[in-house]
Design a protein around this ligand. Structure first.
Ligand code: HEC
Length: 135
């Protein structure tokens, strides 16, 4: 007799892809949420190849992130932002960074920040705590 089989639960492919190698390596060293010292190492391994944290730091692939929390979006003069980033408007609050950093291309479609995103919530908290110290 023919019976409908309960569909097997599909692997959470997106989640598996999202966690990625870098994420798994970093999450091997758990830290308290909002730990700026750990956030600095997240920045070093995932952001510093493209962003300087220094005041007036030269653009690498992306602009310096000095003062990013509270800074108007797309406001580093001389940096060639994408039209999408320019149109995003407003300023970078911690909440907006929390919305942007896990999936930049989803939050700002057309951004030229070629980065998959920080998926791990604890890493994200630590990273944002670190970004808030760049002032
Ligand atoms: C591969 C290079 C690259 C990596 C890695 C990268 N970014 Fe970016 N980022 C860019 C580029 C390029 C832009 C400009 C985007 C645009 O104009 O659409 C940008 C823009 C930004 C902005 C907006 C800046 C502004 O002035 O409005 C923020 C915030 C940001 N990145 C944070 C981060 C953080 C935090 C990380 C690490 C988790 C990171 N980025 C990793 C290349 C990168």
């Amino acid at each position: 007799m023919v019976r409908l089989l309960t569909p097997a639960r599909r692997p959470r492919l997106a989640l598996i892809l999202a966690s990625g190698l870098v994420g798994s390596l970093l999450s091997a060293a758990p830290a308290l949420a909002g730990d700026a010292a750990h956030g600095k190492s997240v920045f070093a391994s995932q952001c510093s190849m493209c962003h300087s944290p220094a005041k007036g730091g030269a653009a690498i692939m992306g602009p310096s992130l000095f003062g990013i929390v509270g800074r108007p979006v797309a406001s580093v003069s001389g940096f060639a932002y994408s039209p999408s980033m320019k149109a995003y408007g407003g300023a970078w609050s911690e909440d907006r960074l929390r919305g942007y950093l896990p999936a930049p291309a989803k939050a700002v479609p057309g951004t030229k920040m070629m980065f998959a995103g920080v998926k791990n919530p604890a890493q994200l908290d630590d990273l944002i705590a670190y970004l808030a110290t760049l002032k």
